[in-house]
Structure formats: structure tokens, C-alpha cells
Ligand binder design. Structure first.
Ligand code: WTA
Length: 645
């Protein structure tokens, strides 16, 4: 079977940055062209220049050592990412600048200046050391989105312990698997977290998971919600007591540039989750540069990335990237719809947020609620919007741009992955026009192309597999404990290139459009169709808020299109009209054979639609596979019981 993916959606809107934005941009069009060219022609010189803006305890001997598929960056150099995120900023006069503004779901607000954050992180680093944590030990974090999450990550980084953050919404078994795989010695958790007005009892889950994790020696517990959980003598310790007993001075450990910084588990489509391993120097340099340029960071920005630290976006763009740049970061603990769907707009208004970085799934949920809620808030502080996590449908892009950004703010659609560590494809806000639905151009040092599985490069507008042709600083180094899996998954599918697992195409201007995971591609009458384009056509219909499309085996066509659609609040779905609409928008080939009107779609807790379960439902099969990462597994039964129209 061919790997060509057909190009269905003909989206022709092009949105240029406003002259005002372009005039003040950190990176102009000309600068991008020059920097990008240099980053490919002289990668070592380019990256040495960027790395040189940060502090190193020992200079590197070589910028890059590439023994395919293993890269080492800033070889022989020593640094510390927490030192660069904190001490370095205090030393350059930002000690009194606000580093973190945190708001709890209940409305409590706490702020930390860079000096205060440095002292807290120092205490935590000393407390971890007192518990016997040494360089290289794994420490698992299972926390709500509270400042302690960032503090614990930075404290680990300070002493060279490897953090493994497990999203606080994950179950006991997911936590136990990850504790076991990482062989963590210490778990940092909280008594409970606030979510949608209720409490999530993290400590109770942690206790159950600990019973399944023999490597675990100690548990540090943040008293977030004052629920008085049982504390096990000899094992459990309150975070506030451990920190109170520790000094607020700590010297950051000089760490080899390739010292592991963190593990982050990402679910493969089959089998065990993979512990994606990132290291210190390259990750630091990559997140530093991308945060600064993609978000056009200024000294007075109030920057808000809504991602939880349980995801890579929370690592790179809620914590490390912005703090390395000395930014003021907003962090919000709770749900976007608590007490109502206006919560984000209220947060932006009260904290005068200037940069908002969120996910298409959230944008579509807001869109579903209509324009009134955002209209009732003052969003004029915003100057830049970002999107990440999935392809953003052009209609959702336009809504974000128009209703949230007031047609004033550039929208950057950033494509990257847990494995890539930092943003790979995007437009730079003052330099490039945006094309809704298309992520855009490669970031510095990123050398992407579109290929067939045989390694043949495809030309403009030809859909195929998205690959990266050379290493970049923030790329994953291995899969923890399973280097074979690393080699096979990422560098073994197609010879000599990194295979991202996504289908995409590049247009004549060099813009990349990601059309979905290759595993999800449909094959209708010999045409390979990406899920994103059919879904975008569905979402473009006024009655539809969200859509997920899968293939169902079909005797005639090979596969036919099955669409699961979520109506706009209060809208009626007319299946015939919807079919006609899809035929008109992108062609008869994509016309859904079956339409299932749903009240929810099966999503992971980071908001990605799990199409493999929908494929099983569409084919009338039993649900198979791990449903534990789903936000609400009960959705599957409801969908299976719904008649198609
Ligand atoms: C998808 C999140 C299209 C893609 C940072 C990728 C996107 C996977 C985009 C990684 C985007 C992420 N446009 N698709 N802007 N951003 N994806 O590891 O399929 O949670 O491979 O990292 O999300 O998801 P992950």
C-alpha cells in the first residue's frame, strides 16, 4: 500500500501579523531566514551561540556528537537547568520579579518572586538530599498543578535527581506502572487536589500504588487540601515539615550536559508506556530558545501556558522554558469550566495575561459555549495566542483568532511531541503569516521533510510521513531502560531519519500541515485520508462542535468513513445535510457512511481523541486495550449503544 496521503481540505485563508506586532517582533522575517539558514549550515556554531547565553559551570568540548541514532549535545560541558532558571535570573537583577502567579481552583492566589522561588527550591533540594536522594535517583511526582509541582521539579534538577511526573488524574495502576518502570525511590504527592469543585484524593491513590512499588522508600506529602490523610510512620513525611527543617541555601550541582533531567511516560499505541528520557544541556538550550522566539517574550509579559506539568507542554512551556527566560508565569490549578466556562477569560482579565498557550480540545470546548462568555470579559491584555497538542481545525483557529484574540493577536500553532522536547514546527508571530490548520515552518535547527516509508522524499502538496533528518538539541535520548525500543520506534522505521508517527504534507511555501497520526489514517477506495481534514470539514458546519472520524472495513471501498460528532450546545444535527456539506467541502470520498451523534468523545486526559477505540466501536467490536488513560471510560459504552444515523 502506498504511503501517500491525499490532500482533501483546501484551506486558503492566510493571516498576516499586524504591522504593529511585526514592527516590535523579536524575530523578523529576514532574521528568521538568516538564523534558520545558519542553524542548518553551521549547526554547531548556531547552537553554541544560543547555549552561550546561558550559564555553564564547565564549557563544552564539542557541540554535537552524533552516532546515529544517539546524539550528545554540548559534550563535556557541565551546567544546571535549575541554576539557569533561578540563580542566573536573580544574579541578573530579576530577584524581585514575579516568577509564578498561581491561582487555585478555589480562587486562592499565591505568588513567588525569583528570589523566593530560589529559596523554596533550595529548601526542597536540601530536603530531598536529607531523605537520601542522590544524583541519578528517580523521583516520581504525582501532584495537582500547584507551585510545589514546579518547585519539586526544579529541586530534583538542582541535585541531579531524575524527575518523573505522573499526571495527577492518572489511576493507581498507571502510577504503579510508572513507579515500577522508573524504580523510583521517592514519591512526592499531595493529600488531595481540587478539581471541578471536588477533591481528588491523591494520597489514597499513592498509598495503593506504593504497595505495588517495592523500590519506593519515602513519600513526601504536600498538605494542599487539609484532608488529614493517614501518614505511614517511617515512610511518609509532610512536605512543609521537611522544607521547614531545611536550609534555604543550596548550591546547584554541576551536571554533565547529558545527565538525565527527566522521564516522561507517553502511551504508545500498543503495549507498555514508554519512559521518554530527556537530558540536561540540549533540552535547556532548546526550550530556552523556542520559548523566547515562538512566544516573542518580553520583560513585562504575563505568560500563561494552561498545560498541567503532567504533560510535556507543562514541562517545557509552563516551567523550564519561561523560567529560563525570566518570565512571569501564570499557573492555574483547576478545570476550565469551574465555576463556569468563563473561568479562563476571568483569569486572563484579572491577571492581565498577555500570552495564552492552550490546546485545540479546550478551544473547541469554549467554542461550543458560544461567544458571549469571552465577550463579557476584558481580554485586551492578550497579545499572542498559541495552540498545541493536536491539529487545530481551521474553524477553531478562526474562532480563537477572532473571539479570543480580537483579530489583533497572532496565533502560533506549534507542532512537537513529548519526544522532541521543544517546538519543532510553527510560525514565528511577527515574522510569518499563519495559515489556519497548518502548523507552519521549521524552528531553528529542525530539518523536516515528507517521505514514503521507503525513504523517498515527496514534493509539495504530497501527503506522506513527517520525518526529521538530523538531531536537534532537545530530542529524546532514549526510552528509559529500553534503548532497542528507542532505536526501533524512532530511527528504525525509515532509515536514517527520525519518524514522528504523524502524517503531513508541505505546501509550496514550505508550510507543514499535520493531518493526524499515521495509525489513524483511513483508506477509502485506495485513497489515504488524514483524520484532521474530514474532522475539520465537519466542525466547519454550524451544528457541529467536535468530530472524530475513523475507518470501518467495507467490502467495496476497503474502508468507509464513520463520523462521531458532538453537536454545538442546543443544535440539531441533520445527517443528510452534514453528508452533503462534507461532500461539498472536501469531496464525495470523505462523505461519512455512518454518523454517530455523541454527547462526548473518548479522550485522553490531555485531550487527545483515542480513535483506536472508536474504530472498534465503528466495527461493532468489543473494546480492547488499555482504557486507563481515558478521561471518562464510560463514554465508550454510551457510544457503542448509540445507533448510527
Ligand atoms: C499531535 C504534545 C498537529 C501530533 C506537545 C504529535 C499536533 C502528538 C500538534 C504529540 C499540532 C501536537 N498540530 N498535531 N500543533 N501538536 N500534535 O507527545 O500527533 O503529547 O505527534 O506532545 O500530538 O503529542 P505529545
Amino acid at each position: 500500500m502506498s504511503d501517500h496521503i491525499d490532500n482533501m481540505l483546501h484551506e486558503s485563508r492566510v493571516i498576516a501579523p499586524s504591522p504593529e506586532f511585526a514592527a516590535q517582533a523579536r524575530v523578523t522575517r529576514e532574521q528568521y531566514d538568516e538564523m534558520y539558514r545558519r542553524s542548518l549550515d553551521d549547526p554547531e556554531g548556531f547552537w553554541a551561540g544560543v547555549a552561550g547565553e546561558l550559564a555553564w559551570m564547565k564549557p563544552w568540548e564539542r557541540v554535537l556528537d552524533w552516532q546515529e541514532p544517539h546524539a550528545q549535545w554540548f559534550v563535556g560541558g557541565e551546567t544546571n537547568i535549575a541554576y539557569n532558571a533561578l540563580d542566573r535570573n536573580v544574579e541578573r537583577g530579576l530577584g524581585d520579579k514575579t516568577a509564578i502567579i498561581w491561582e487555585g481552583e478555589d480562587g486562592e492566589v499565591r505568588t513567588y518572586t525569583y528570589s523566593e522561588l530560589l529559596r523554596e527550591v533550595s529548601r526542597a533540594a536540601n530536603a530531598l538530599t536529607a531523605l537520601g536522594v542522590v544524583k541519578g535517583d528517580r523521583v516520581t511526582l504525582y501532584l495537582p498543578l500547584i507551585p510545589e509541582a514546579a518547585i519539586a521539579m526544579l529541586a530534583c534538577a538542582r541535585i541531579g535527581a531524575v524527575h518523573s511526573v505522573v499526571f495527577g488524574g492518572f489511576s493507581v495502576s498507571a502510577l504503579a506502572d510508572r513507579l515500577g518502570n522508573a524504580q523510583s525511590k521517592v514519591l512526592i504527592t499531595a493529600d488531595a487536589g481540587q478539581r471541578r469543585g471536588g477533591l481528588v484524593n491523591l494520597k489514597a491513590n499513592a498509598d495503593e500504588a506504593a504497595a505495588l512499588a517495592p523500590s519506593l522508600e519515602r513519600m513526601l506529602v504536600v498538605d494542599r487540601a487539609h484532608t488529614h490523610p493517614p501518614m505511614r510512620e517511617g515512610r511518609d513525611l509532610w512536605w512543609h515539615e521537611a522544607l521547614a527543617a531545611a536550609s534555604d541555601e543550596h548550591e546547584a550541582a554541576p551536571l554533565d550536559s547529558e545527565h538525565p533531567l527527566f522521564l516522561l511516560y507517553t502511551s504508545g499505541s500498543t503495549g507498555q508506556p514508554k519512559g521518554v528520557q530527556h537530558t540536561t544541556g540540549g533540552y535547556m538550550v532548546g526550550t530556552y530558545l523556542t520559548t523566547q522566539t515562538v512566544f516573542d517574550l518580553r520583560d513585562d509579559d504575563i505568560y500563561w501556558c494552561t498545560a498541567d506539568v503532567g504533560w510535556v507542554t507543562g514541562h517545557s512551556y509552563s516551567v523550564y522554558g519561561p523560567l529560563l527566560n525570566g518570565a512571569t508565569v501564570l499557573m492555574y490549578e483547576g478545570a476550565p469550566n469551574h465555576p463556569d466556562w468563563g473561568r479562563f477569560w476571568d483569569l486572563i482579565q484579572r491577571h492581565r495575561v498577555t500570552i495564552l498557550y492552550t490546546a485545540p480540545t479546550a478551544i473547541r470546548s469554549f467554542m461550543r459555549q458560544g461567544d458571549d462568555l469571552p465577550a463579557r470579559h476584558d481580554l485586551s491584555s492578550l497579545r499572542l495566542l498559541g495552540s498545541v497538542g493536536e491539529p487545530i481545525n481551521p474553524e477553531a483557529w478562526m474562532w480563537y483568532y477572532r473571539v479570543i484574540g480580537g483579530e489583533r493577536c497572532p496565533v502560533v500553532d506549534t507542532w512537537w511531541q513529548t519526544e522532541t522536547g521543544s517546538i519543532m514546527l510553527t510560525t514565528l508571530p511577527g515574522a510569518h503569516s499563519s495559515k489556519p490548520g497548518s502548523a507552519g515552518l521549521p524552528m531553528f535547527g529542525v530539518d523536516p521533510t515528507i517521505m514514503t516509508r521507503e525513504g523517498e522524499e515527496l514534493g509539495p502538496d504530497d501527503g506522506g510521513l513527517l520525518v526529521i533528518k538530523r538531531p536537534w538539541p532537545a530530542m529524546l535520548r532514549t526510552v528509559y531502560g529500553d534503548d532497542e525500543r528507542y532505536k526501533k520506534t524512532y530511527w528504525g522505521e525509515i532509515p536514517h531519519v527520525y519518524f514522528a508517527g504523524d502524517g503531513a504534507r508541505r505546501d509550496a511555501d514550505g508550510y507543514f500541515t499535520v493531518v493526524g497520526r499515521v495509525d489513524d489514517v483511513l483508506n477509502v477506495s485506495g485513497h489515504r485520508l488524514g483524520t484532521m481534514e474530514i474532522e475539520s470539514a465537519l466542525v466547519a458546519h454550524p451544528s457541529i462542535a467536535e468530530a472524530a472520524v475513523v475507518g470501518r472495513p467495507d467490502e467495496v471501498k476497503g474502508e468507509c468513513v464513520v463520523a462521531f460528532v458532538l453537536p454545538q450546545s442546543g443544535a440539531e444535527v441533520d445527517p443528510q445535510e452534514l453528508r452533503t456539506h462534507v461532500s461539498k467541502e472536501i469531496g464525495a470520498l470523505a462523505r461519512p457512511d455512518a454518523i454517530i451523534v455523541a454527547d462526548a468523545l473518548p479522550k485522553t486526559r490531555s485531550g487527545k481523541i483515542m480513535r483506536r477505540f472508536l474504530r472498534q466501536i465503528a466495527a461493532g467490536k468489543e473494546i480492547q486495550g488499555d482504557t486507563s488513560t481515558l478521561e471518562d471510560p464510560a463514554v465508550l459504552e454510551r457510544l457503542a449503544a448509540t445507533e448510527a444515523v
